[in-house]
Every structure is written in structure tokens, then in C-alpha cells.
Design a protein around this ligand. Sequence first.
Ligand code: NAP
Length: 290
Amino acid sequence: MSSSPAIGFIGTGRVANTLARALHGAGYRVTALASRTLESAARLAQAVPGARAYRTQQEVVDASELVFLTVPDDAIAPLVASLAWRADMAVVHCSGATELGALEPARRAGARTGAFHPLHAFADPLVALANLPGCAVAIEAEEPLYGELETMARALRLEPLHLPPGTRAIYHLSGSFAASFIDGLLHEAAELWRTRLGVPREQALKALLPLAYATLDSVAKMGTVEALTGPVSRGDAGTVARHLDALRRDHPRTYALYVQLARRSLAMAIERGTLTEAQRAALTELLGKE
Ligand SMILES: NC(=O)c1ccc[n+]([C@@H]2O[C@H](COP(=O)([O-])OP(=O)(O)OC[C@H]3O[C@@H](n4cnc5c(N)ncnc54)[C@H](OP(=O)(O)O)[C@@H]3O)[C@@H](O)[C@H]2O)c1
């Protein structure tokens, strides 16, 4: 691959709309685009100087030295198997959870294969473009492609993260704990307010979100263990017992979730070393027997 490779994108949805603009802005040559429909590729071509929309995906492969596959995860393997690849090129997918095995037909044809997954939520392309600098990007590839993608990451002001082979599912699901599960936990809290306190969900969120923001701020400043607050972190077994009593009968699913999370908080409080032996024993008995 040359030092300024001709870059193509197959799939011109949310990620491509941001990444193609960002690469162009960083001085890379984005030259070829195709998607399921020509209209979709043509729209992006209008926003990226030098890029041309092609009717077929094979034309993008033929015109490019580096092809980004920015299609839905399940489309990657069949797409790669349906195209003819060359030895003097590279193909890189942007999926978090998909192993490089999905690119095997291209590798067998001699192409270098890799993955480049920005740890970011892409919705509006221009908003994502503004928020991209500083985000991590998980890179998996063998040298020299790894180094080329690392250089590209730095040019985009992303923080490269090396992923060992076979770890993509764990890497990707960990993101759920940091993103969508936080959403789920806030939903759980707002539902309790709605169903038990008679407070509409929107109003509940307005009251609860400052707590969430303050927690994230503390985690950013102090780390997860030091930032832990709440009755488990203080060793207040009596309060935890009251919480469990309030949930046990009428909210069995929330009760089960509370117990799981409180056990995690207890492990963190023990790691922090601020609980007395008696507090630790009381909480362990309370949560352990649930
Ligand atoms: N969205 C995120 O936050 C995010 C973050 C990091 C990584 N990713 C990864 O990036 C990849 C793309 O995600 P996305 O969010 O950009 O998806 P998306 O917005 O749904 O866009 C997918 C694009 O692929 C096209 N497409 C679908 N099937 C195709 C096929 N068989 N051949 C060619 N094009 C096809 C669609 O075509 P049309 O436009 O013609 O309908 C669409 O433009 C995925 O692997 C995803 O896991 C996403």
C-alpha cells in the first residue's frame, strides 16, 4: 500500500459518513464509494471532495488500495466472499464484535486484513465528526497494516488501542456496560419513580440525571473504586436491608438486579478497604443469602 493509498468505502451509512469526511479532513485520499444503492453513495461523494460513487461494490475494490467495509456486521462475511480481492491491497472492517475470520476470502487472495473500530456512537455524521478526536479506536491487524492504521488513527486524533486476536466479543460487550446498560439502569430508576411515586418518566429523569453526571465526573477524576458512593460503600447494612424489603415482593426483577449490582459494589468497597470487619460481614451475609 502506498503512503497515500486510494481509500474506498463499501457501505455509506453512519460510520462511513463520518470516517470518510474525517479522513479527507486529515489529508487522506478517499476516492471510491459504493453502498446498497447508488443514491446513498452519491450523497456521501458530494460531501467528500475527490470521492466518486460507484454502482457496484467490486468497482470500489478495483479502484482502491485500502477498502473500509462499513456495512452491518452480518453483511461483512457474505460481502467479502462475493468480491474479488487483490494481493496489493488491504481490507478493513469497522465492526467491534466481528473477528477477522470474516475477511478470510480476501486474506486467501493475498490482501492484508484488519479491523478499525472507533469506540464512539455514530448517529449524526457532523456531530460525530466534531466528537471523534480523543476517542479510542481498537485496531487489529498484522504489520505493516497495523502500523499504517495506527498512523491513520493518530492523524484523526484517535487513541489507538491494540486488540489481541480472539478478544473482539469481550471488547465489544464491555462497551455495553459503559453505554447502553447505563441507559438501562436509568430506565429502571425512572420506572420505579413512575410506577411507585407517580412521577412521569421525563420528570424522573430530570431529577436523576444530575446524580448520574456527578457519578461520571467522580469516576473520571478518581477511578471507579474510589468514586463509589451509596449505602454499600458506607457499610450501611440496615439501609440495604430496607431497600431489599421494598423490592422483594412487588419488583422481583429489579430486586434480582439490585442484588447483583450491590454484590459488585460490595467487592469494590472491600477493595477500597474502608469497611470494618463487622460491616463487611453484615453486608456479605445480607447479599450473599439473597
Ligand atoms: N453506528 C455506530 O455507532 C458504530 C460505531 C462503531 C462501529 N460501527 C460499525 O460500523 C459498521 C457500519 O455501521 P453503521 O452504523 O454505519 O451502519 P448503517 O448506518 O446501518 O450503514 C450501513 C450501510 O451499509 C449499507 N449496506 C447494507 N448492506 C450492504 C451490503 N450487503 N452491501 C453494501 N452495502 C450495504 C447500507 O446501505 P444503504 O445506505 O444503501 O441502505 C448502509 O449505507 C458496522 O460494522 C458497525 O458495527 C458502528
